[in-house]
Design a protein around this ligand. Sequence first.
Ligand code: APR
Length: 311
Amino acid sequence: MSSHRPKITVVGAGNVGASCASWMAERDLGDIVLLDIPATKDMPKGKALDMLQVGPISGYNSHLVGTTDYADTANSDVCVITAGVPRKPGMSREDLVAINQGIVADVTKKIVATSPNVILIVVTNPLDTMCYVAYKSSGLPKHRVIGQAGVLDSARMRAFLAQAADVAVQNVTASVIGGHGDEMVPLVRYCNIAGIPITNILKAEQVTAIVDRTRKGGGELVNLLGVSAWLAPGAAAGSMVEAIVKDSKLVVPSSCFLDGEYGLKDMYFGVYSKLSRKGLEQIIEVPLNDEEMAMVKKSADLIKETMKALK
Ligand code: APR
């Protein structure tokens, strides 16, 4: 990344894309381009202008542009891909594969064509499969294509744990690896409150209920809202951009291309990752017991099944 103000493109100016842009602008992370398809007409321009006008109130100087023209995204440092069709009630993530594969592949090629140094953060579902699509169609090295899933899933778990233990969210570390779906892998052994294992503070039944609620976290929101959630997903992707543009080396779970980690190869899967200006600086593999490995395998099998739907 050069010394200029970071240029961040968000493709898909819908619910998640717009809230991600707004979250990043509030933190003055750089200049932001919000892009959507021409059929949306001036919608991305309107949303960007609205956010630009929050600047004087919130006190940020992020410049925001809305567009339907990829020329405006040229030389982006980071691009968040939220373009796609969201999950509707009763629709599984897997149902989305065919439509979103076409969209993500097309968007990826267009972004990389004018931003050869870009780092891609994929948000479109089904997440791990769409990361693979973006990776394959981008031609970029694996450290420059990662996906947002674990930041959101672990934030949901942290919120539930903090509520149950009646402590500050900042005290809570929660670890959710694996695929972004009902078979995600919450690692209770690696969750703690101010360093204290959660099992020392909460009852076993409470932990089990929280693990279950975290797994179904996306569905709970879809049932309440009628569409998938956008504020926490937007913030989660924004926080990954922040780690990259600030070169902070933040360790978070994210979906990464695996090459043997946990015995998995040639697929994307949620793992602990260190994020820096390089994108994915390092995958941190943690020791897992048999029960945890069984969950990893189940989760990976589900992604492999979804990947079979790829054309
Ligand atoms: N290029 C650019 N934008 C596109 C394209 C495309 N080819 N196809 C669709 N879009 C845009 C839509 O016009 C829409 O504005 O993507 C946007 C998606 O926004 P929403 O429908 O509001 O969906 P959202 O809730 O933001 O979810 C986006 O993120 O969390 C995931 O499951 C979610 O895959 C979904 C994605």
